[in-house]
Design a protein around this ligand. Structure first.
Ligand SMILES: Cc1cc2nc3c(=O)[nH]c(=O)nc-3n(C[C@H](O)[C@H](O)[C@H](O)COP(=O)(O)O)c2cc1C
Length: 178
């Protein structure tokens, strides 16, 4: 059975991106989902000096292992000032320091973003789409959910019918390939 790793690219405890990643992962039939909750991890802020002192934190090796054991990464990025959430950036910076590793280790990825605004995290999504392939992400597709509060319900997931159809079509297209 194919395993999906759902990641919210945010260290917020009630991350809307973790909610979106989980919901989209749940659309894949018969696939066990592991959720990575960055807000529950104790990861120090990367610096060269800290790296020299402590090497790679156990939490980072565990994160890399979770990615390696998954068949698909569903990653939804939070947008902070047009770029990555700082906690997420720290996570991928540390992961990139594992010797010989490309961050995402050639895993298939469905890349998402959402925000309360009308652009739905489009800036960070575009940046990641352009750069993550150089970090070992095999991006199968991307999807942005605009105006999260209007288009998502905590119980029901995506409530906007057109957007729900769009993401379901993407899931259907990807499913046979993972
Ligand atoms: C410091 C900061 C900067 C933000 N910058 C943006 C932004 O550039 N674009 C945007 O759409 N939302 C921005 N927001 C709003 C976030 O999209 C919102 O906080 C969202 O909940 C973040 O996703 P998360 O809940 O998964 O962390 C910002 C929020 C904060 C706290």
């Amino acid at each position: 059975m194919k395993k999906i790793l759902a990641i919210g690219g945010s260290n917020s405890k009630d991350s809307i991106n973790r909610k979106l990643a989980n919901f989209v992962a749940s659309l894949f039939e018969n696939a066990p989902i592991e959720t990575y909750d960055l807000s529950q991890k104790d990861i120090p802020l990367f610096s060269k000096q800290l790296e020299d002192a402590i090497e790679i934190p156990t939490e980072i090796r565990a994160f890399a292992k979770l990615m390696d054991e998954s068949d698909l990464i569903v990653l939804s990025l939070a947008e902070n000032n047009g770029s990555f959430n700082a906690g997420f950036k720290n996570l991928i910076d540390w992961t990139s320091r594992i010797p010989g590793r490309k961050i995402f280790n050639d895993k298939p990825m469905l890349l998402l973003a959402t925000s309360p605004g009308a652009r739905g995290g489009s800036s960070v999504l575009e940046h990641a789409k352009a750069t993550f392939p150089f970090r070992g992400a095999v991006i199968l597709n991307t999807f942005s959910l605009p105006s999260f509060d209007q288009n998502f319900d905590n119980e029901l997931g995506i409530t906007n019918p057109e957007l729900l159809e769009n993401i379901k079509a993407i899931v259907q297209e990807i499913s046979p390939t993972i």
